[in-house]
Design a protein around this ligand. Structure first.
Ligand code: NCD
Length: 525
């Protein structure tokens, strides 16, 4: 049995699945491997060197560089490499990815799946479902590497991009000033920059794109939260008309295949705004480099052919770096690299279930409040302060939703009242003779009506009072769903993944595709 390094068995769905220290390790190790390869040195210390490792490439979207560099990196490790023939597989018979992978994991002692799909959040979902399946079946859970999921993220591309920027900057991480131009809306390689650029201490990002191709608010906010300084320009012309131009430019292709008719109609104008012209060149700072994840559209490239032979060309070397960074990434998760890692390892935080708070009760008092217009409860439960601050109509709707979702089909009463202490209206449900609600229902209640109180009444006394807060995670409910139709958890995808949301600031994000949702958005019912 081979020794297993600290990254053994890990999956990478998004950039922040690796901590900054882990990313830095990947970059330093890549530099070592690249030098050893180019100098023709002995490479045995870097390779897995055993066919018991199976690497599957499952590409459900077109690819040249990502697929070939991953395939060659797997060959470097002397792994058994399978390029899954997605076009002629049972995917055409509408088989789910989960069922396909359940079969593939059984063939090897250790597998790594590299997946590209239009479906967002797919590797995260498989990490959960196939991970559970393997643990039950006594098979080693595989690693999943996201090779680009829809317009979400492309972490392995991000690692080679950052590696290339570090080479340009002679490994100085103090600061970076970068212009991101092209399709910032659909470009997943740009989205991954919101976390990838954190490798630098001071980050200035200039977003150069017409509004139709602008960076989605979610990533813009994430960049701001990460302390980046942002500026926005509608075109390369507008950007070059001001004094502070970056010496590092990152171009992206217009993702025509993902655009709707409304945007496609304007493609000519949009492309013009982000295409380089000869008269732009003398406005660039000395030593400027252009990067591009490629491919370029050969009939209408945004970096035209006249730039290719110039020193501005950083993209050819960047593209070569894909091979080296992916050798390192596969080696890390296969467990043969990482023994010399020092720093902070990723800990998967599972937010504490901090949604129930025990309230103060009056030891002498009988809760007269619960007599108002409603049958007094001698023994049972009373849910109070439902929908406080909302309108009477909204509270009635909420009461109805709570009753249906919690299946409170008891002899009970409910109503909307004005609070004793203020004019604010609130909803109230009293259920005589029900001793308690049970954990699952309490959690659901907290998710449906954060801020409400749950009172346990015995012999006309409130013996226990709980104030319920918005849970940090909302999951396991039939009535929630991600609004993104391309998300792996969306009913339309038929992958059987139950939706899950994590609280982020004021709202929630989908655990799989990270689409932001307001609290009301997550409920389908
Ligand atoms: C990118 C991708 O697939 O997201 N290409 C790549 O992986 N090298 C960019 C693109 O398709 O435009």
């Amino acid at each position: 049995m081979k020794p297993k390094g600290p990254f053994y068995g890990r999956s990478v769905s998004v950039v922040h699945d690796l901590t900054a220290d882990e990313q830095w390790y990947l970059y330093r190790k890549t530099a070592e491997i690249k030098a050893a390869v180019l100098e023709g040195r002995d490479l045995s210390a870097y390779r897995f060197g055993d066919t018991e490792l199976s690497v599957y490439l499952i590409f459900l979207e077109d690819s040249t560089r990502t697929k070939e560099s991953f395939r060659n990196a797997a060959v470097f490790h002397q792994a058994t490499v399978s390029v899954f023939d997605a076009a002629h597989s049972s995917f055409n018979k509408k088989e789910s990815l989960t069922d396909t992978l359940k079969m593939l994991v059984g063939y090897s002692r250790r597998s790594i799946f590299i997946i590209r799909s239009t479906v967002e959040g797919v590797t995260r979902a498989l990490e959960v479902t196939i991970g559970d399946y393997c643990r039950k079946a006594g098979i080693a859970p595989p690693s999943f590497l996201n090779a680009g999921d829809g317009k979400h993220e492309h972490p392995s591309q991000e690692f080679l991009d950052e590696y290339s920027f570090l080479e340009k900057k002679n490994w100085n991480r103090d600061s970076i000033h970068i212009a991101l131009t092209g399709d910032l809306y659909f470009g997943r390689t740009v989205h991954s920059k919101a976390d990838g650029l954190k490798i630098f201490k001071e980050v200035r990002v200039d977003l150069v794109a017409p509004s139709e191709l602008g960076l989605p608010d979610f990533y813009r906010q994430r960049m701001i939260d990460n302390g980046f300084i942002l500026r926005t320009f509608p075109s390369i012309d507008a950007y070059l008309a001001q004094g502070e131009v970056a010496d590092l430019w990152y171009f992206t292709r217009l993702q025509l295949e993902r655009m709707g008719e409304d945007v496609l109609d304007k493609v000519g104008r949009l492309k013009h705004a982000v295409t380089v012209r000869p008269d732009h060149l003398d406005k660039l700072p000395l030593g400027t480099k252009f990067y591009h994840p490629l491919p370029q559209n050969r009939t209408e490239p945004t970096i035209p052919d006249f730039v290719t032979p110039l020193d501005l060309n950083g993209w050819d070397e960047q593209s070569r770096n894909g091979y080296f960074t992916r050798i390192t990434l596969i080696g890390m998760v296969a467990g043969c690299l990482g023994f010399d890692f020092t720093g902070k390892l990723k800990v998967h935080e599972h937010p504490a279930d901090d949604f129930v708070e025990t309230g103060r009760i009056n030891p002498h008092g009988k809760h007269t409040e619960y007599k108002t217009g409603i049958k007094p409860v001698d023994d049972g439960i009373v849910i109070d302060h439902i929908g406080m601050g909302r309108s009477v109509e909204q509270i009635w709707k909420l009461l109805d939703k709570i009753r249906r979702n919690l299946q409170l089909n008891y002899l009970a009463s409910m109503g909307v009242f004005s609070s004793v202490k203020s004019d604010v209206v609130k909803g109230l449900i009293s259920i005589p003779d029900l001793p308690e609600l049970g954990f699952k229902k309490v959690k659901k209640l907290a998710a449906l009506s954060p801020g409400c109180t749950l009172n346990l009444v015995r012999s006309k006394h409130v013996i226990q009072k709980y104030r319920l807060h918005m849970p940090p995670r909302i999951y396991n409910f039939a009535e929630i769903g991600c609004r993104n139709e391309n998300c792996v958890s969306h009913a339309k995808q038929h992958e059987g993944i139950s939706p899950e949301f994590e609280r982020r600031g004021e709202g929630f994000v989908c655990r799989f595709c990270e689409r932001p949702h307001t609290y009301d958005d997550i409920w389908t019912d």
